[in-house]
Write a protein that binds this ligand. Structure first.
Ligand SMILES: [Zn+2]
Length: 122
């Protein structure tokens, strides 16, 4: 299986890992096929994502997808984050093997779950 250099970089040095203590939006999702589990933490203020962190237990594609997603999310408005697609994540990674695309879909789902959580808390 061929991973791009970008995927390997984000897998070895993932950005924004850990629990975000003052998160006000948390999304938890899992993918049964790889056994990946992902938690996405967002801190939203005035409609803007001020901070984003994640904890992912999973394959290299899941971890690198989560990592680039947090980079993309920081500074986004809620509206922009709602429209974040796995395709944007895959592009940022320079591509993912076909069999691993679903791991980036999981990131999209985690973001959507976090935003739902945000609205529920309000
Ligand atoms: Zn996976």
């Amino acid at each position: 299986m061929d991973y791009t250099e970008k995927v390997i970089d984000h897998f070895k040095n993932p950005r924004n890992v850990g629990e975000l203590k003052d998160a006000n939006a948390i999304g938890r999702v899992g993918s049964p096929s790889c056994g990946d589990k992902m938690e996405m933490y967002l801190k939203i203020e005035d409609g803007i994502i001020k901070d984003a962190k994640f904890m992912t237990f999973g394959c290299a594609a899941a971890i690198s997808s989560s990592s680039v997603a947090t980079e993309l999310l920081k500074g986004m408005t809620i509206e922009e984050a709602k429209k974040l697609t796995n395709q944007q994540v895959v592009e940022k990674l320079g591509g993912l093997p076909e069999a691993k695309i679903h791991c980036s879909v999981m990131v999209e789902e985690a973001v959507k779950a976090a935003l739902e959580d945000y609205y529920k808390r309000k």
